[in-house]
Design a protein around this ligand. Structure first.
Ligand code: GDP
Ligand code: IMO
Ligand code: MG
Length: 430
């Protein structure tokens, strides 16, 4: 049995894409199981940069099959655009190496329109979503009556009839909620035509991926699960309501893919050597100062999907330890270690003080998280470029001490370290 899982332990953008890409040569199938084109995974090798959003990173490795599983929400136009983009970079994409679940739910233009209305209506408390219709599509999935899945696109008459009913109701809701009075109703037939066109282009990829994965597992194939977002953005276990709308911790692998978690033999938790967050919500170790800006500049911390500046802060071991426990990890991958190289001192949050009480438990309510004052341990910086280091022993003693501190605080060994975006800039512990 050999299934590996790669999951982010923070608020996303931990460089999961880089780790998944590195591991694809030891796996036969890569599975994306939740999220949608809110994700942005950057992979760099041989002087080329690939930006993936819906496509699993397995698409970049010849001979690997990439699966988009039932738990993903799909914007077909975005998916087709991404396929074109990677093809233009020389990547082969066909019905042989990209499989899309017929159970995956479909994002429609009214999902984006609804999200725009709801996000705009929130003054202080906007979630700061990616505006890709992710939350509104998942809401319709849970509500069922307004939901359409990829498989429905291959039953044109039923699909058109259903969409007609849905769009009529969406138009009523959107008209009522539009404040500017210039609401233009959606045309169900035009959307149906458009989406049936996408379905025709995607036909060779769409199938029952759950059955496929079960069959391949029985045949001894090696699976690699690619998480999107991060554990703290999990809809059930994250910093609600400042979360995404899927189970983006390790908890989502089973329900999103249809593969039982007991079949997973290795769970890798990915963290940055510091913390970032995009969008709203409490962030105890946020550095709203020149150090935060330094990290943002050196780490190029601007969103892949929306281009928004990412909020930056010190490594938060309370938050990452919670993410690690939630996701059931075996080991850690610590990424972007090089970004901290110029700092004189580096702080790590070892505990929170909430209303005068010290704790290492991550609070379940955001008012407590918002009140949390980080308790820091400050370590000396290494003040040396480490981007060319390829063996643990070649790290400065201060870097090793920093990595050991993270490992001890989270309670798991660091097995992978990354000192730059390229595949080559990676250190594996034996
Ligand atoms: P993901 O969403 O978790 O896959 O992460 P993103 O791709 O959104 O963000 C990680 C960014 O850091 C990407 O631009 C990567 O190319 C880059 N990156 C990955 N590892 C390293 C590293 O060790 N050092 C530096 N400087 N950049 C890295
Ligand atoms: P990857 O896979 C970082 C954040 C958004 C927002 C919240 C909800 O690249 O790590 P949504 O559009 O999902 O409803 O937005 O979640 N968010 C991410 N932050 N990395 C991501 O993905 C994210 N996907 C969503 O910024 O705060
Ligand atoms: Mg990202």
């Amino acid at each position: 049995m050999s299934a590996t899982s790669v999951v982010g332990l923070q608020w996303g953008d931990e460089a999961k894409g880089k780790i998944v890409d590195l591991l694809t040569d030891q796996h036969d199938i890569v599975v994306r199981y939740q999220g949608g084109n809110n994700a942005g995974h950057t992979v760099v090798f041989e002087g080329k940069k690939y930006k993936l959003s819906l496509l699993p990173a397995g698409i970049l490795r010849r001979g690997v099959v990439s699966v988009v599983a039932p738990g993903v929400v799909i914007h077909p136009q975005a998916l087709l655009g991404e396929i074109e983009q990677v093809r233009s970079q020389g990547v082969a994409v066909s019905g042989d190496n990209l499989l899309i679940s017929d159970r995956a739910h479909v994002i429609f233009p009214y999902h984006m329109a609804e999200e725009a209305v709801f996000e705009r209506s929130q003054k202080q408390n906007a979630i700061g979503t990616t505006m890709r219709g992710i939350g509104t599509c998942y809401r319709d999935k849970a509500g069922r009556i307004h939901a359409i899945r990829m498989g429905d696109l291959f039953h044109p008459d039923m699909f058109r009839a259903r969409l007609t009913e849905i769009v009529a109701q969406k138009n009523i809701i959107l008209r009522a909620l539009s404040s500017d009075g210039d609401f233009r109703p959606f045309d169900a037939n035009a959307i149906a035509d458009e989406y049936l066109g996408y379905a025709a282009q995607l036909k060779s990829h769409v199938m029952d991926t759950t059955q496929f994965l079960h069959r391949e597992l029985d045949a001894g194939k090696r699976l690699l699960f690619e998480g999107a977002q991060g554990s703290l953005l999990d809809i059930d276990h994250g910093t609600f309501p400042f979360v995404t709308s899927s189970n983006s911790s390790g908890c989502g692998i089973h329900n999103g893919s249809g593969v039982p978690e007991r079949r997973i033999s290795r769970m890798i938790g990915v963290v940055k050597a510091y913390t970032t967050r995009v969008g709203g919500g409490p962030f105890p170790t946020e550095l709203d100062n020149e150090i935060g800006q330094h990290i943002r500049d050196v780490g190029h911390e601007y969103g892949t999907v929306t281009g928004r500046p990412r909020r930056c802060g010190w490594f938060d071991a309370v938050a990452a330890r919670y993410g690690a426990r939630l996701s059931g990890i075996d080991c850690l991958a610590v990424m972007l270690v090089d970004v901290l190289s110029q700092l004189d001192e580096i702080s790590v949050c070892v505990a929170y003080e909430i209303n005068g009480e010290r704790t290492i438990d991550f609070p379940s309510h955001i008012t407590d998280l918002a009140a949390a004052k980080p308790v820091y341990e400050t370590l000396p910086g290494w003040k040396r470029d480490v981007s060319a280091v390829r063996r643990v022993n070649d790290f400065p003693a201060e870097t090793r001490r920093y990595l050991d501190t993270i490992s001890t605080l989270i309670g798991f060994p660091v097995e992978i370290m990354s000192v730059g975006p390229d595949r080559e800039q990676t250190i594996f512990c034996d």
